[in-house]
Design a protein around this ligand. Structure first.
Ligand SMILES: [Zn+2]
Ligand SMILES: [Zn+2]
Length: 414
């Protein structure tokens, strides 16, 4: 059935490694039992005591290089490294020396195609069973809280802990706060004189203010902020707020009280930023959020160079209402966006007040409309504009986002 001389050339090996060569036959046996079974058959067939010739202690095995005997140690290693994280499910992965795997593959090829179980598979399974037996953790193939990858050559472990994703809406009242952390350009975040050693261009951001209590509560290694679009730094975000997902990487604690967190953030930052409607979500929400766009309503304070009658301003607003304007990419963003002419629908422009040179307008416009340029005309790059219609220089002095019309959201065409 097999060539004994070929098998001998790989000896000595442990019973488990021998049995694994026929890993897919004989239900209900583990590899060691299977090894004994096959050895007995082979001895009858050959009429010699093969155990002495072929089999050794697990620690001396030339196939697994003693890794099978190391399984209890690997179990302890996994347990101690994941004990810092409050997880309820896990999965084991192993990295095994390439030469060892190559040698094993050649050994297995002596016994026929697709009969054998790979070493890594036995290691993963038996380490997994060991961890499961000595802890209350659930072994889970799909989407476990933690994947423990053991590098068997160095006895080191790398943990991949599933991020926590928290969705909510944020409001921003402070017109000096950017949405996300903004690393200092001079030192790229390391800290220098220019940034007062903070590494940041701005001391706070919506991201940092929201993430701070979460980082403390979960002891995560890092946080990422995924917003559904963003407003300018100097624009407020009002109304029911803007959807975001906060991602917490490598959290040590997963069970957090979101009601308490919401309260804490709102009390700590009252008057600057706020959050509402916090909930746990899956990673896929990040992409969904990034791909969603919607019309928005803005409130703007506009300075007008000349004193114009309110009728003239109202007429211009009516003229813009329901109009598709053409906007060429503003020079202020042309370094990061393609120079294109984009048609944009202005749903509605409403004049709420005009006093001397200052007007207040409420504008509802299609996603991606540059509101400052709709007002100023951007030197003829936006047509028509409020400036061109009232025939005076108009400029947005203050801009707030009042509402995101998410009820009529659409997919972004990228
Ligand atoms: Zn072995
Ligand atoms: Zn700096």
């Amino acid at each position: 059935m097999f060539n004994l001389e070929d098998i001998k050339s790989f000896a000595p090996f442990c019973l488990a490694c021998f049995g694994r060569s026929f890993g897919k036959i004989g239900f209900g046996l583990d590899n060691r039992e299977r090894g004994i079974e096959v050895l007995n058959q082979l001895e009858i067939q050959e009429g010699v005591d093969l155990e002495n010739i072929l089999i050794c202690e697990e620690g001396d095995c030339k196939i697994c290089d003693g890794l099978i005997s190391e399984i209890p140690n690997f179990v302890k290693l996994v347990e101690s490294s994941i004990s810092d994280y409050s997880v309820s499910s896990f999965k084991i992965g192993t990295i095994v020396d390439k030469d060892l795997l190559q040698n094993e593959a050649e050994f297995h090829s002596l016994f026929g195609e697709n009969l054998s179980e790979p070493l890594k598979s036995q290691l993963n399974r038996e380490i997994g069973i060991g961890v499961w037996k000595s802890s209350d953790l659930e072994a889970k193939m799909n989407n476990p809280h933690v994947v423990a990858i053991i590098d068997t050559s160095y006895d080191t472990i790398e943990l991949e802990v599933k991020s926590l994703f928290i969705e909510g809406n944020y409001s921003k009242y402070d017109r000096t706060v950017p949405q996300t952390r903004w690393p200092c350009k001079s030192c790229k975040g390391y800290g220098c004189k220019k940034c007062n050693n903070t590494g940041q261009l701005y001391p706070d951001s919506v991201q940092s203010l929201i993430a701070k209590p979460f980082a403390k509560e979960t002891s995560c290694s890092e946080d990422l902020f995924h917003g559904m679009g963003r407003e300018d730094i100097d624009a407020a975000m009002l109304g029911s707020g803007r959807p975001f997902v906060l991602e917490l990487r490598m959290p040590r604690k997963r069970a957090i009280d979101l009601v308490q967190m919401e309260k804490e953030i709102n009390e700590e930052n009252g008057g600057r930023i706020g959050v509402n409607n916090l909930k746990f979500v899956d990673r896929k929400r990040v992409a969904e959020l990034k791909n969603t766009v919607c019309d928005k309503t803005y409130r703007v304070d506009v300075s007008i160079r000349d004193r114009i009658p309110i009728e003239s301003l109202k007429k211009a607003s009516q003229r813009l209402t329901g109009t598709v304007i053409e906007q060429r990419t503003p020079t202020r963003v042309s370094h990061r966006r393609a120079d294109l002419i984009r048609p944009r629908l202005i749903n509605e422009v409403e004049v709420t007040s005009l006093q001397e040179h200052m007007a207040e307008l409420v504008i509802k416009a299609q996603h991606g409309t540059y509101i400052r340029e709709l007002v100023s005309g951007d030197e003829g790059r936006t047509v028509p504009s409020l400036s061109s219609l009232v025939n005076s220089v108009c400029k947005v002095e203050v801009l707030d986002v009042l509402h995101l019309h998410l009820d009529a959201k659409e997919e972004k065409n990228v």
